[in-house]
Design a protein around this ligand. Structure first.
Ligand SMILES: [Mg+2]
Length: 268
């Protein structure tokens, strides 16, 4: 019935890594790629594997790596066990992250988590940010759903579980191509936490030049959202942001945008 539609909820979705918590500089996928001396190109297949399966422990992970890549030495198994155990306690809350989540909840937003993450680091997040875990009504996680951002599957799951209207909802994250662009495509408003500008340099350049669509708001750290005027997000989404992509987008940049758009088509 249409009344339900009128009453659809507004929600805010947070990425986890480098948005709410910080941890080791090097990602598990990169660490394991180096440990197994895999070609750099294998890093993304490895990331797909370790972030999209729910391993019971490091032993199961080692078996999977053994089958999918190459037999592991005892030394490599010991390193993986150490990585896994380290990840269980590696996350620490980014300053004021809990206060920001609580602020949005206090303003009537339902809270969801949308993250490419594996099980040990997620447990570490839960220990580091118990209040955020308590406030959140939904966690759409790659290791549980079998899909990684920029796939739309995680955000769509979050919207559906919370019964949220994309146009009244916001995505907050630190990675343009994973957090911001897919959310824009689904009609959400976006806040880019540009806390690691060196890693996001290419996206930041393209946004600045007007080649890639800009987020509704960019902040340099999540704590800035304690003071932001949230009424900015009450305006209805007007759409058409992709029209600002001009004709001079380079082949490489066009390819990145196309990957995200293609994923959307594949999933529809
Ligand atoms: Mg992140």
């Amino acid at each position: 019935m249409s009344i339900k539609k009128l009453e659809s909820q507004k929600a805010v979705f947070f990425d986890i890594g480098s948005t709410l918590v910080e941890g080791p500089e090097i990602s598990p996928a990169k660490y394991i790629t180096r440990l197994l001396e895999l070609p750099v190109g294998e890093s993304s297949r490895l990331g797909q594997l370790i972030m999209c399966r729910e391993y019971k422990g490091w032993e199961e992970l080692c078996c999977d790596l053994d089958e999918s890549f190459r037999p592991l030495t005892d030394q490599q198994e010991a390193e993986i066990a150490r990585l896994w155990e380290g990840q269980e306690t590696a996350a620490s809350e980014i300053n004021e992250a809990t206060a920001v989540v609580a602020r949005f909840a206090g303003e009537g937003y339902q809270v969801g988590l949308v993250s490419n993450i594996w099980a040990p680091y997620y447990r570490s997040f839960l220990k580091a940010c118990p209040e955020i875990a308590r406030i959140s009504g939904c966690a759409a996680l790659s290791f549980q759903t079998g899909k990684k951002k920029p796939s739309f599957a995680l955000l769509k799951k979050g919207l559906s579980v919370l019964g949220a209207d994309p146009q009244r909802s916001i995505m907050i994250g630190d990675t343009y191509l994973e957090d911001i662009l897919p959310a824009m495509e689904l009609g959400l408003k976006t806040i880019w936490v540009l806390c690691r500008p060196e890693r996001e340099k290419r996206a930041a350049d393209q946004v600045q030049k007007g080649n890639w669509p800009p987020p509704d708001l960019t902040v340099s750290r999540i704590g800035e959202l304690l003071k932001t005027d949230l009424t900015l997000f009450n305006k209805l989404y007007t759409g058409g942001r992709f029209l600002c992509i001009n004709q001079q987008v380079s082949e490489r940049d066009r390819a990145s945008l196309d990957i995200v758009k293609k994923k959307k088509q594949d999933e529809e």
